[in-house]
Design a protein around this ligand. Structure first.
Ligand SMILES: [Cu+2]
Length: 352
């Protein structure tokens, strides 16, 4: 699982500058499922997204390959990877990451809506239906799969596990991001490494990991600790990979950007996938708000129990006092500050 770079990343991350103050809260935003947006709203989101990709980076002095204001987000995710995955702060960190991005789309690029999300459980009724999802529409969506490449021995493998049933591997050729260059990554790299956006759909795997029963199983978690585990992984093999890995590996397969634990925000679908995970967490919280508005848990250190697949690692259990860091992109916040989506430091939002 990219272990050498995991270790070096752990040593290198964090010494980042003073953050800008978050902008003032507007009225409550309603985050909607992509296919329920009007065509104008879909195009509005894509336009704002591309607008961020046309503005200069703010963090290039720290991350040389960060060329655009969008790359700032990819770079931060890469820098933070070993502190925000397979840890209890996984869901909280990504929640605020999405809000910072949503706020930037609105403040910098005059986007009028909320961040959309992608309910992939609507797309996996059969072992092949995933690829037919309207989210991959060439005009009103994010474009589709790469062409099938049978022999991937010359490509860099992005997935940490062997994902069966790959159907793509090529550069995407449809949609608003066909032909764009990704620069940051793969893995723990901040260099300018221009390459195309690859996708490698694994529809049969997505069918198993992202279906409505899996969502129901996740939502039925009795504790935050269990919820987090059901999302991130129950064990270190494919059978333990459910929603979080399901969305990443379902789109990214063996060689797609979405499968790269570090640079996966290079695929614009990253945000909509994580929006769905945040939606599930929020629904889980609202099902027993009194308790769950302040319930978190899990290790503060990567690969510690219950993710101790490579041996035991010392750790502490996180609490809501844990501080989430966003480098130069936004102020640090405590988990306590982001537990209620309608009362966050940047925005107030709900899911429809
Ligand atoms: Cu992530």
């Amino acid at each position: 699982m990219h272990l050498p770079s995991v270790i070096s990343a752990a040593l290198l991350v964090l010494a980042q500058g003073v953050a800008a103050a978050p902008s003032a809260r507007s009225s409550t935003l309603v985050r909607k499922e992509w296919r329920t947006l009007t065509k104008d709203q879909q195009l509005g989101y894509i336009k704002a997204f591309k607008c961020l990709q046309s503005k200069p980076a703010r963090t290039q002095s720290l991350y040389p390959g960060a060329l655009t204001r969008y790359d700032d987000y990819v770079a931060l995710h890469i820098a933070m990877t070993t502190q925000i995955h397979f840890v209890g702060q996984f869901l909280p960190w990504h929640r605020q990451f999405l809000s910072i991005f949503e706020d930037d789309l609105r403040e910098t690029c005059y986007y009028k809506g909320a961040l959309p999300y992608w309910d992939w459980s609507k797309d996996v009724a059969t072992t092949t239906s995933f690829s037919e999802s309207p989210i991959f529409d060439p005009v009103y969506g994010f474009g589709g799969n790469g062409a099938y490449i049978a022999d991937i021995s010359n490509l860099s493998i992005t997935a940490a596990l062997d994902i069966p049933g790959r159907t793509g591997g090529g550069c995407i050729t449809t949609g608003p991001w066909a032909g764009i260059n990704i620069t940051l990554g793969p893995d723990y790299s901040f260099a300018n490494n221009p390459r195309c956006l690859r996708r490698d759909f694994t529809p049969a795997f997505a069918h198993g990991a992202l279906n409505t029963s899996v969502v129901a199983f996740t939502e039925a978690a009795p504790t935050f600790f269990q919820l987090d585990r059901r999302m991130q992984s129950l064990e270190l093999d494919l059978a333990g990979v459910l929603t979080h890995g399901g969305g990443h590996f379902g789109v990214g397969g063996m060689v797609g950007e979405m499968s790269d634990m570090y640079s996966s925000p290079g695929d614009p679908l990253f945000w909509l996938h994580h929006g769905m995970l945040d939606n599930i967490w929020n629904q889980w919280q609202r099902a027993n708000w009194t308790t769950r508005k302040s319930e978190v848990g899990g290790p503060d250190t990567m690969w510690a129990y219950p993710y101790n697949y490579f041996g035991d690692v010392p750790y502490k259990n996180i609490t809501t006092a844990f501080v989430l860091a966003y480098g130069q992109l936004s102020s640090n916040v405590t988990i306590k500050q982001i537990m209620d989506t309608t009362a966050g430091p940047i925005s107030s939002y709900t899911y429809a």
